[in-house]
Design a protein around this ligand. Structure first.
Ligand code: FES
Length: 73
């Protein structure tokens, strides 16, 4: 199934990308595939997909992707 029609991104590829440690945001799902958000109609589905992948990783006992911390001071 195609998640993003504008970029022709299939769900399977989006899931693989969302599993990558460097994929921290919905925007990353696009960028890591060489795509960018255009019309935005796919955003709700992409958000749900990313949350689903993260929930599955947490349930499986996988480590959460590292969260970058802003430098303090
Ligand atoms: S359907 Fe994804 S940006 Fe348009």
């Amino acid at each position: 199934m195609i998640v993003c029609v504008c970029n022709a991104l299939p769900e399977s590829r989006c899931r693989e990308t969302a599993c990558r440690a460097e994929c921290r945001t919905v925007g990353c799902v696009y960028r890591l595939q060489g795509a960018r958000i255009r019309c935005g109609r796919c955003l709700p589905h992409m958000h749900a997909l990313l949350e689903e992948v993260r929930a599955a990783a947490t349930a499986a006992g996988c480590a959460e992707p590292p969260v970058s911390s802003a430098p303090s001071g």
